[in-house]
Write a protein that binds this ligand. Sequence first.
Ligand code: 5GP
Length: 187
Amino acid sequence: MSEKLVLNENFGKHSGKTLKMLISEKRIKARIKELGSQISNNYRDVGSPLIVIGILNGSFIFMSDLVRDINIDLEVDFMRIASYGNATSSSGTVRMIKDINADITNRHVLVVEDIVDTGLSMNFLKNRLEQASTKSLEFAALIMKENTKIDFDMDYVGFEIPDKYVVGYGLDLAQKLRNLKSIYYLE
Ligand code: 5GP
């Protein structure tokens, strides 16, 4: 994959635009290793397996890499929410499309998001999961945009980036480009 990528006619109003690399595959891998060992150390002595909840669709690649860099007992589950549809800015509302299957009462829970932009999704998830009487509840995101307004601290953040729309490594543009190995911004 070259560093620059020009979008073809499949991308409608975005066609002809260039993708520029923001975070390389190598940097992503190195940072996830650090997050994995931090998380492993924080949960090593808690006495019960951690349950890691991935937020679909965007987190599926981050989640699968992150759990393989965590070396303590864990279980996984997934939740799916939507706020963007096919647009590149938040619709302002969050909908739950799929809830978790696991009973998380009295469990140590780590939520894994791809990217935090307005913080709307994180607030939604926090409100929803706080009702479940978990033993602990923490939040990880691969990327956080610099201007994010969120009224609580994220526990683990991979990268802080400027306010740009990014794609690749699980992040989509109209459901495509999730399979790129690095993270790019739209120019
Ligand atoms: P928020 O609720 O924080 O505004 O947005 C959260 C969700 O919007 C993310 O989980 C992600 O699905 C989507 N999103 C936010 N910013 C971006 C971006 O720059 N690129 C992509 N592909 N999705 C984004």
